[in-house]
Design a protein around this ligand. Structure first.
Ligand SMILES: Cc1ncc(COP(=O)(O)O)c(C=O)c1O
Length: 439
């Protein structure tokens, strides 16, 4: 607890002395670790004057190395680097053949890219509620699966998996694809299986907010040769490539339409250097997060997200629930005033109500069923007429609605000092003692 018992007047939000005044570091995990290793690999690409992965004066095979190291780490047969996680999702669902008449099951706590990937392919998202892990609830999933279900998009939210082992069994039993979104969970695992090891396909993102970063970037893994070849063709210009890196449109099985989402050697070099640091980055976040979490868990009135396997938590976020929405608002505002905030523009501690497009009913294009072409596609497609019975308005998923209202999120920077960790926990203890006494 803080040194002396606090009163309302002691809180910084009421004019008291804050726990700290120096801003916390910005919560961009991999960015803090960019250094000599990234510089060296990127410089190799620049010096070789060969930033394209498939051919050039002297390709350095950075993207090839990234793919092979990633595949080996996850024990998957194939890895395919792409230009971002959003495209990775689209490419995987395209490889699975999602189109009009198909439903893809998507949790209500996710990122907007999970929805756009489905809709842009002409499919229809079917929302599934979350459970205490903040990931898909297997029970609600069972209830939502139906004859039109083509794939489950399981999102490993906020750094850690939920009950994905159960979801894997459900997908097997129902004969639907499982696509694992690990954009927020690179380096995580569940009981020894890495995130990205459960799905028929899995995707990662290397955008700047992620556990490792190349600014923009993404990666797909899978074991199935056919899915890989389809994903390859879609990620490129619709076709395979020869060993010399030239387009090869001859194989009829892989004459598709491409989206031009190749990764450049510059991004590959950055991502490769970061991959080699990934366990150190996530290890730092996990250690700091669980030190804070253990202190906060002792406070009455704060409920922690269930993490099934703490050793497999990649650590970038601490999710908590307060007794009600008003208390969540009050505590977060007071904790921010105590100095739990980063530089202008960063998001160290926010209520879930401030977490935007992560919640289904905050996505206007979904709620209003916005079309991607003037004829109303995909909603207007005859095979999708069943969407009339589907609502995406708030009220569809009771657990999501509840967690959104009374939840809060603390981002854990990967370079927190012992003092930062202590200050954060102390700020919560000070605020909780006043705003949630004896709950
Ligand atoms: C859960 C989830 N899926 C997909 C993405 C998309 O990744 P990207 O930003 O690389 O397109 C993100 C990143 O914001 C994400 O958080």
């Amino acid at each position: 607890m803080s040194a002396k018992p606090s009163t309302n007047a002691d809180l910084a939000i009421n004019g008291g002395t804050p726990v700290r005044t120096a801003p916390l570091p910005w919560e961009l995990p991999g960015a803090h670790w960019i250094g000599q290793e990234e510089e060296e690999l990127v410089t190799k690409v620049v010096r070789a004057q060969s930033p394209f992965r498939y051919y050039g004066a002297d390709p350095q095979h950075m993207v090839d190395s990234l793919e092979s190291e990633w595949a080996a780490r996850l024990k998957r047969r194939h890895a395919l680097a792409v230009n971002c996680g959003t495209q990775a999702l689209h490419i995987c669902l395209a490889a699975m053949g999602v189109g009009p008449g198909d439903e893809v099951l998507v949790p209500g706590y996710m990122w907007v890219s999970c929805l756009s990937a489905v809709v842009r392919l002409g499919g229809i998202p079917r929302l599934v509620d979350i459970d205490d892990t903040f990931c898909i609830c297997p029970k609600d999933l069972q209830a939502k699966l139906n004859d039109r279900s083509k794939a489950i998009l399981y999102v490993n939210m906020s750094g850690a998996p939920g009950r994905i082992d159960q979801v894997r069994k459900i997908a097997n039993a129902r004969g639907v694809y499982l696509l694992e979104d690990c954009a927020q969970a690179a380096g995580a695992s569940l009981n020894g299986t890495p995130s990205g090891g459960f799905g028929d396909m899995a995707i990662f993102s290397f955008q700047q907010n992620k556990n490792m970063t190349s600014g923009e970037g993404g990666l797909i893994v899978c074991d199935d040769e056919h899915l890989y070849k389809r994903a390859f063709a879609v990620h490129d210009l619709g076709y395979a490539r020869t060993a010399a890196g030239r387009l090869d449109p001859t194989d009829e099985a892989y004459q598709l339409w491409g989206v031009g989402a190749r990764m450049s050697e510059l991004s590959g070099a950055m991502a490769l250097a970061q991959l080699r640091k990934l366990d150190r980055i996530t290890g730092a976040m996990r250690t700091a997060k669980w030190q804070i979490r253990d202190r906060l868990a002792a406070l009455p009135g704060i409920e922690m997200r269930t993490i099934l396997d703490p050793a497999g938590d990649s650590g970038p976020f601490l999710l908590m629930l307060f007794p009600d929405s008003a208390t969540a608002d009050r505590v977060v505002a007071a904790v921010q005033a105590e100095g739990v905030k980063g530089p202008e523009g960063s998001l160290a501690c926010v209520t879930m109500k401030q977490w935007g497009l992560h919640w289904y009913f905050n996505v206007p294009s979904l709620v209003h069923k916005r079309a991607i072409s003037p004829d109303g596609f995909p909603w207007s497609h005859p095979a999708n007429a069943f969407h009339e019975e589907i609502s995406y308005a708030r009220g569809t998923l009771p657990v999501c609605d509840d967690y959104h209202d009374r939840g809060a999120l603390l981002a854990i920077a990967s370079c927190l000092t012992d003092k930062d960790v202590d200050d954060i926990a102390t700020a919560f203890e000070k605020v909780a003692a006043v705003l949630m006494p004896g709950r």
